[in-house]
Design a protein around this ligand. Structure first.
Ligand code: CA
Length: 227
């Protein structure tokens, strides 16, 4: 569901925007002053925010600037009161994605919203590096060092994550014990090959199902991960 935050202090304007955007099929959240708007923007996940520049307490510029400083990358369209070039430039410099000058037609606003949403959804369709990968009965995020199965969270040690990630990068191919020792432990500190085997044994209990083996032993050489 696409959720849009509107920060606008003029009640008629706020209600008008809310009604129209809801009519367009968007979920809408509102704030009628800058501080509330800012708090909502930095604590909730929105697909887009409309920020009025002229607010009684803090300006839309200020909200935009502070949110960007905090790393909030929600697309922002500034609603500027005047056709002031300085306002437009300033808004974009502070990290807004677009601006629209009041009075504007709703059709134009909706068109701008759609353009930005198309752009951001195209970006989020790209495989994200923190996406969970399915390996056997595990769903794993190597970015977050997190794993879970149908039965709930599964605890993996750092080394286990490293081994699994290395096997995953090379899945389908054979990884020798030497490769694993080199990549996971480093050449300076070398545990015995027996240590590797013990780690693999523990990983198997977390990855394999009774029906399916995913970490295959290649006798005399090493291991192979089959997805
Ligand atoms: Ca205003």
């Amino acid at each position: 569901m696409v959720k849009i935050l509107i920060v606008e202090d003029e009640p008629e304007m706020l209600v008008g925007l809310q009604d129209n955007l809801e009519f367009e099929g968007y979920e809408v959240d509102t704030a009628s002053n800058g501080e509330t708007g800012y708090k909502k923007l930095i604590t909730n996940k929105y697909s887009l925010a409309l920020l009025d520049v002229m607010l009684p307490d803090r300006s839309g510029f200020d909200i935009c600037k502070s949110a960007r400083k905090k790393g909030i990358d929600t697309p922002i369209i500034m609603l500027t009161a005047r056709g002031d070039e300085m306002d437009k430039v300033r808004g974009l410099e502070l990290g807004a994605d677009d601006y629209i000058t009041k009075p504007f037609s709703l059709r134009e606003l909706v068109a701008r919203i759609k353009t930005i949403l198309r752009r951001t959804s195209a970006q989020s369709d790209k495989p994200s590096s923190d996406a969970y990968i399915k390996i056997g009965k595990l769903n794993v995020s190597f970015e977050k060092f997190d794993a879970y199965s149908n039965e709930g969270p599964v605890k993996l040690s750092h080394k286990e994550f490293d081994i699994l990630q290395y096997l995953y990068k090379n899945h389908g191919g054979v990884v020798t014990r030497y490769n694993l020792l080199d990549h996971v432990w480093g050449l300076d500190y070398q545990p015995t090959q027996r240590t590797v085997d013990n780690f693999i044994l523990r990983l198997r209990q977390k990855v394999d199902t009774p029906e399916e083996q995913h970490i295959i032993t290649v006798h005399g050489i090493g291991y192979k991960l089959v997805l």
